[in-house]
Design a protein around this ligand. Structure first.
Ligand code: BG6
Length: 489
């Protein structure tokens, strides 16, 4: 059993999709593992009028169990109908908090979880402080869902609003990709293996490719997505986080402040493009009709003339000693060929290929070594290396060494939200985005957005089931390279 933690959780947006789908089931997992036991309580708040009983019924449904244990777990749940803009409601919430703190011996520990319209983040944080919910008896932490702003200026304004009520160490900005097992494994692979880390630089790595491919379209989220687009939805947060873990130097120690310091340093050396560079190094796409899929512009709640991108590919350059000259190519999109996330690290070929015999019609040039990190759905890695094939002659052929997490073990891997809630309980900020990381990511992304907002795109430009528009292939082929993962080639 894990060591027990105590806290009151207040979920703003407590009847939302995320809460029922991810957050409450994750808390139940923590309960079953013993991290939460007797000393915790949950208050769900939202506009809906619900009794504690009705709320508990819904929570029970969301965790999908009616065992004795589930019943005990659910008895810790309470509900407060709440208008986040109404100051008076915070006093009611405070009374509940004080009462539950006493009842469950929570020692003043509180986690305020904001999973709601982002324009209210500042308001809620302000009232939590001004109305005395934040106390100094135990810890008071603020967990915030994305999006954190829609550009650098709005993110900065939001951060300043939060900073009036909470210190940076109390703010936990969620990026659920950081809760994924194989994303966390990037650090283990790099800093736990001399054979990897000693080659992890521009002398040996030709390029790195990060692909976050989705099979589904926007589904019922179009009213959010159409104002966001793939650049804000996936690149500014998830991709920039992955890239910073791949690019950073070894942290002094494996602590949140040391890791964050290195990620920030990496992001600081990311080349921020001028207008012309942004236009040539990034491409966007929007899906057309294909098979049973409607074109994006015909999805529910999408304007017929929408210029929102559902696909992005780009080339990133770090101007530092380790990475100068080695590009990081990234891509992400909706309704692509498959659902997966992977990182392909392409090594340079040997400078001289002694196995390519002059005049021989059979000898083939050496292949490149590629280290692939499979993030999801399968978890593991594969290293493609050259070996002699099994023949009389002397020909080389690529072979692959692989490791995949056993699917049975995978089932035991905590869900990202379970991990992140656990980290928030421990006060460990390693797998959350710091303000500095967020701000550098926005500064980079804003430049691309700026160019795109000036130009009319030629949308739609890719077919469902493909790997995006032709321009995404051209982007990398222009550099005499290819995507490692590609279709039918
Ligand atoms: C979210 C985006 O942050 O990540 C969604 O808002 C996207 O648009 C999702 O579908 C992808 O997450 P995952 O964990 O399914 O790869």
């Amino acid at each position: 059993m894990a060591s027990e933690r105590s806290a009151l959780f207040i979920f703003f947006g407590g009847t939302g999709d995320l809460a029922y789908r991810k957050l409450y089931p994750s808390l139940f997992n923590l309960y079953q593992k013993g991290t939460l036991r007797e000393k915790f309580a949950v208050v769900g708040t939202a506009r809906d009028k619900l009794t504690d009983e009705k709320f508990r019924e819904k929570v029970q449904k969301s965790i999908g169990s009616d065992s004795k244990e589930a019943e005990k777990f659910i008895s810790h749940f309470y509900y407060e109908a709440h208008d986040v803009t109404d100051k008076a409601h915070y006093s009611v919430l405070k009374e509940r908090a004080v009462e539950l703190d006493k009842k469950y011996k929570l020692q003043g520990n509180q986690i305020f979880y904001l999973s709601m319209a982002p324009n209210f983040f500042g308001t809620v944080a302000g009232y939590l402080r001004s109305e005395g919910l934040v106390n100094d008896k135990g810890f008071s932490r603020l967990v915030i869902e994305k999006p954190f702003g829609r550009d650098y200026d709005s993110a900065k304004a939001l951060n300043e609003a939060l900073a009036q009520s909470f210190d940076e160490e109390q703010i936990f900005r969620i990026d659920h990709y950081l809760g994924k097992e194989m994303i966390q494994n990037i650090e283990a692979l790099r800093f736990g293996n001399t054979i990897i880390e000693s080659l992890w630089n521009n002398r040996y790595i030709d390029n790195i490719q990060v692909t976050l491919s989705e099979k589904l379209g926007v589904e019922e989220r179009a009213s959010y997505y159409d104002k966001s687009g793939a650049l804000r939805d996936m690149v500014q947060n998830h991709i920039m986080q992955i890239v910073s873990l791949l690019a950073m130097e070894q942290p002094v120690a494996f602590t949140d402040s040391d890791i964050r310091a290195e990620k920030v340093k990496a992001l600081r050396s990311l080349r921020v493009y001028n207008v012309a560079e942004a236009a040539t190094n990034f491409v966007r796409g929007q899906y057309d009709a294909g098979g049973k899929i409607n074109p994006y512009r015909e999805e529910d709640n999408v304007p017929a003339d929408s210029n929102t991108e559902t696909f992005v590919a780009g080339k990133l350059m770090f101007d530092n000693y380790r990475w100068s000259g080695t590009p990081f190519y990234i891509r992400t999109g909706k309704v692509l060929a498959d659902k997966f996330t992977r990182v392909d690290v392409v090594f340079k070929k040997p400078l001289v290929d002694i196995f390519s015999f002059p005049g021989s019609s059979t000898s083939k040039p050496l292949d490149t070594n590629v280290l692939t990190l499979y993030i999801e759905p399968k978890a593991g890695f594969a290293l493609k290396i050259n070996a002699k094939n099994n023949d009389q002659g002397f020909q080389t052929a690529p072979v692959t060494m692989e490791y995949f997490v056993d699917p049975e073990d995978s089932k035991k891997t905590p869900e990202p939200y379970e991990r992140l809630l656990h980290d928030a309980l421990k006060g460990d900020g390693t797998n959350f985005s710091s303000w500095q990381e967020v701000s550098y990511a926005w500064k980079f992304v804003d430049q691309i957005r700026k160019v795109w907002d000036l130009q009319q795109p030629n949308f739609p430009n890719y077919t469902p089931g493909s790997m995006g528009p032709a321009a995404a292939d051209e982007l990398i082929e222009r550099d005499h390279r290819q995507w490692v993962y590609r279709l039918n080639k």
